[in-house]
Design a protein around this ligand. Structure first.
Ligand SMILES: [Zn+2]
Length: 141
């Protein structure tokens, strides 16, 4: 460890850009991994964050605050986490229709999911699939 620190590795700008790109891709992948959490009003989230900050640390409080539904950028992601499960189901059983997938995986609270649910899920599955392909292409095992 000490030897490593004495001899810093020269980092080329291209390497740095590649690392940034990898982090961006992982960040996108991450949006498919976590349920967005309950949609609490901002005041409740802030009150919770402040309470946690007193008990823990402001960093942990901020992290929980963000996971709990406050996303740093872009529109709130409230349903992407089901895309991976739907994609897996479709791979295992290609005969499943969009609507069947929506019945099984759509996270909205309708009793019967409709064509809009199916279309949203299809788009999320497509985005996730494209992202996985891109990662596999740019970072082959
Ligand atoms: Zn639905």
């Amino acid at each position: 460890m000490a030897a490593l620190m004495e001899r810093p590795i020269p980092i080329q700008p291209e390497t740095l850009e590649r690392l940034r790109q990898a982090v961006r891709l992982l960040d996108q992948l991450h949006t498919f991994a976590l349920p967005a959490g309950p949609e609490l009003p901002r005041e409740s989230l802030e009150a919770g964050r402040d309470a946690i900050a007193r008990l823990q640390s402001p960093e942990i409080a901020q992290e929980i605050f963000e996971i709990a539904g406050e996303h740093r950028r872009g529109r709130p992601v409230t349903r992407r986490h089901v895309a991976a499960a739907a994609l897996e189901a479709k791979q295992q059983n290609p005969s499943l229709t969009r609507l069947e997938l929506a019945q099984k995986f759509c996270p909205c609270d309708k009793a019967r999911h409709n064509a809009d649910c199916a279309e949203r899920l299809r788009r999320d599955m497509q985005r996730l699939n494209a992202l996985i392909r891109r990662i596999l292409r740019d970072y082959p095992a």
